[in-house]
Ligand binder design. Structure first.
Ligand code: SF4
Length: 386
């Protein structure tokens, strides 16, 4: 028998996980619809349901608001009346919502097993070691007292644990999303000579390259190697230090897939999420966040043909529901599915809602107080940068 290797996320969080009770398994869709509607009506304005674009249709149809991480983060403070915020997404999103929420609000992730493999690729202990090694290399230097300029500004993608965000916030850094990544890099380079960007090397590389930073001025820091596997000279010469992390969904897209689609559909426009590898972003016509992708397809004339490189639930929704008069193909004919997003089911949502009606809160996400302040500082900076 093969033993399953637990991720850091699973080790940290699954001991708190309350599994779905058996009585919520195997319910008919019509029954779930009726019971969810009843529970929502009972809870009224005490409740808001947020749904990330990568959620499956059976869940997203219940969301009061849909969006990417950035847009959903904004919804938290826009709903001070909501006592319960149900976040249909993954763990790091619910953590950010908890940090941005008011003390009287409770954030719930319907299934605590909904983590993110990219987020798991940057652990707080590894970042502490990285920072210490950068200091030993003589890269960190001292903050300029007159200008406040630092040698290295840490920037973390929102797809990271609260502890990583707190680390960045405490050291003059910031959180970014795929919607504001370029503006965030500009913000950080105004405050420091170099940026340490984590955990997604592809978002960092694609964004910086589009801003005119050559690949030769970027290095990849391997957290599993001494000194990141780099020499001090290489780090000194870099403007961008990229953490060796990636999204296991978006790195499945290839240049070959783009070539095949272009051969099959003359006139097709290829649009990808910036978590794809650099060569794929270069082969595409456009690159941007999920909101950007939706906006571009929406603005295109009927009959337009698109090849889209992002998670399959959003691609299918664009094709079938949002714009049936545009032709939308996934770059990957088998579809790239985020298996952790998929863990949230309507059955979990029903269980959570009926629990709230009965006065029981399951699967609440609470960021420890020790991390809250600096995580909020980093997230608040993110919300000011567009
Ligand atoms: S699509 Fe990638 S980055 Fe987004 S939640 Fe899934 S694994 Fe994480």
């Amino acid at each position: 028998m093969q033993l399953k290797v637990l991720t850091e996320y699973e080790k940290a969080h699954l001991s708190d996980r309350q599994p779905l009770p058996d009585r919520y398994v195997g319910l008919a869709d019509a029954e779930m619809d009726a019971r969810i509607a009843r529970a929502r009506a009972t809870l009224g304005r005490r409740l808001v349901i947020l749904g990330h674009h990568y959620q499956r249709d059976e869940v997203i149809k219940y969301a009061d608001y849909t969006g990417d991480s950035y847009k959903l983060s904004q919804q938290v403070s826009a709903h001070p009346d909501a006592e319960f915020i149900i976040f249909c997404g993954v763990h790091f999103m619910a953590e950010s919502a908890d940090v941005l929420s008011a003390p009287h609000q409770q954030v719930i992730l319907p299934d605590l097993a909904a983590g993110c493999s990219m987020s798991d690729m940057a652990e707080p202990g590894q970042l502490e070691i990285c920072w210490r090694e950068l200091e030993q290399m003589g890269v960190l230097g001292a903050t300029d007292a007159a200008t406040g300029t630092r040698a290295v500004v840490p920037v973390t993608y929102i797809n990271s644990a609260a502890a990583i965000k707190a680390f960045c916030g405490e050291r003059g850094g910031i959180v970014c999303t795929s919607s504001n990544a370029a503006a965030t890099l500009t913000w950080a380079w105004q405050r420091g000579e170099k940026i340490l960007f984590l955990p997604d090397q592809n978002l960092g590389r694609n964004t910086a390259y589009a801003m005119g930073i050559p690949l030769e001025r970027m290095v990849v820091w391997d957290p599993n190697d001494v000194d990141g596997g780099l020499t001090a000279d290489a780090v000194q010469a870099a403007r961008l230090i990229l953490w060796k992390g990636h999204c296991s969904v978006h790195t499945r897209f290839t240049v070959r897939q783009i070539e095949n689609l272009r051969a099959q559909h003359p006139g097709i426009r290829i649009i990808v999420h910036p978590e794809v590898p650099w060569d794929v972003a270069q082969a595409a016509d456009e690159s941007g966040s999920t909101e950007f992708i939706i906006g571009r397809v929406t603005a295109s004339p009927p009959g337009s043909i698109w090849g889209v490189g992002t998670e399959i639930h959003l691609v299918n929704r664009l094709a079938e529901q949002v714009h049936p008069d545009r032709i939308v193909h996934s770059l990957d004919q088998f579809g790239c599915l985020c298996s952790t997003m998929f863990r949230v089911s309507p059955n979990h949502l029903l269980w959570i809602l009926e629990g709230l009606v009965a006065g029981e809160v399951h699967n609440r996400i609470i960021v420890p107080d020790a991390q809250k302040h600096w995580t909020k500082v980093a997230l608040d900076r993110m919300l000011t940068v567009r």
